[in-house]
Structure formats: structure tokens, C-alpha cells
Design a protein around this ligand. Structure first.
Ligand code: PNS
Length: 163
């Protein structure tokens, strides 16, 4: 059987414990997982794509079937270009649902050969997001419960006094 490739797209600005949980669960479900640092036109990132890739690399070293890439075009085009059969996304509160549902339907129209697979967040990550992390860090708060310890100091230093 051919290998099952999944793409796990996001802004990852920065990667959080919630993202890491979804990545490791995807890594157990698929042969290969491509974590794709993508462009969300609705967001202005705080970290460069290189910084975001670097942070993801630092925290996913133990997941041997994960690769990290960046792409500034349509997700559906990337998914097709590598022959992936799944787009994996984490689903948190109901507020995520309508937006994610719309993207899943649009991606299916553009790339019917890939399924969007939603992994339900762990309850402790329900209200965790990159924007919450950035806000806490910018006020000098403790982000150790929200991001992997390997990147905590880097994020704190980059964002402190940025509010
Ligand atoms: O972590 P985010 O910001 O919720 O991720 C959203 C992201 C980057 C996955 C989404 O904006 C995306 O897929 N961007 C790539 C461009 C694209 O394909 N847009 C149309 C999706 S229907």
C-alpha cells in the first residue's frame, strides 16, 4: 500500500502545546506528516517563517515521521503537489467550527482527493491559542504552561514589552 501522507497546516505564530499535541497525534495516525507553515491572510505574523520553522523543529525532534515546510500559496495546491490524502486540523471550541468547516469545504472543492481530518483538542488546550500566548508574553507573563519549554525563553524575549 502506498504511504499515507497528511499535511498539518497553520500559522504557528508561535507553535503552542496545543499544536504539538495535534502534530504528535497526527504522527501516530499517518506514515508521513508535513507540518506546513502557511500564510493566513487575516493575520499579521509576529515571527518570520524561518523563526516559526525553527521553533517547530526544536519541539518535534522526537517525531521521526514529521517534516516541516513553508508555502505561501493555496493549501490545496500544496496538498495535491505532494500527493497527500489528508489535511489535519485541531478543533477547539465551537468558535473554531464555522471557520474550519468553511475552509474544509473550500479545500474539498479545490482538492477532492484529500480529506480534512479534525482532531478534537484535549480539554486543557481548549482555550489555548498563539494569540493568547503572544498577549501574555508581551506583558511579561509566564507562558510556560502554554508553549513547549524548548522555545519558551525565545518567545518571551522576542515579545516582551511589545504591547
Ligand atoms: O493557524 P491558522 O492561522 O488558523 O491557519 C490557517 C491557514 C494558514 C491553514 C489557512 O489560512 C490557509 O490554509 N492558508 C493558505 C491559503 C489558503 O489555502 N487559503 C484558502 C483556504 S480555503
Amino acid at each position: 500500500m502506498s504511504e499515507r501522507i497528511a499535511v498539518c497546516p497553520g500559522s504557528f505564530d508561535p507553535v503552542t502545546l496545543g499544536h504539538l499535541d495535534i502534530m504528535s497525534r497526527a504522527s501516530a495516525l499517518f506514515d508521513r506528516v508535513i507540518v506546513l507553515v502557511s500564510v493566513n491572510p487575516k493575520k499579521v505574523p509576529s515571527f518570520t517563517p524561518e523563526e516559526r520553522i525553527d521553533m517547530i523543529k526544536k519541539v518535534t525532534g522526537h517525531l521521526t515521521n514529521i517534516e516541516i515546510k513553508t508555502f505561501d500559496g493555496l493549501l490545496a495546491d500544496f496538498v495535491r503537489s505532494i500527493g497527500a490524502t489528508a489535511i489535519v486540523k485541531g478543533l477547539r471550541a465551537m468558535t473554531d467550527f464555522e471557520y474550519e468547516f468553511q475552509m474544509a469545504l473550500a479545500n474539498r472543492k479545490l482538492c477532492p482527493e484529500a480529506e480534512t481530518v479534525f482532531l478534537v483538542t484535549r480539554s486543557e488546550n481548549m482555550y489555548l491559542s498563539s494569540s493568547v500566548v503572544k498577549q501574555i508574553a508581551s506583558f511579561g507573563g509566564d507562558i510556560s504552561g502554554f508553549v513547549p519549554h524548548e522555545i519558551k525563553d525565545f518567545i518571551a524575549q522576542r515579545l516582551c514589552n511589545k504591547q
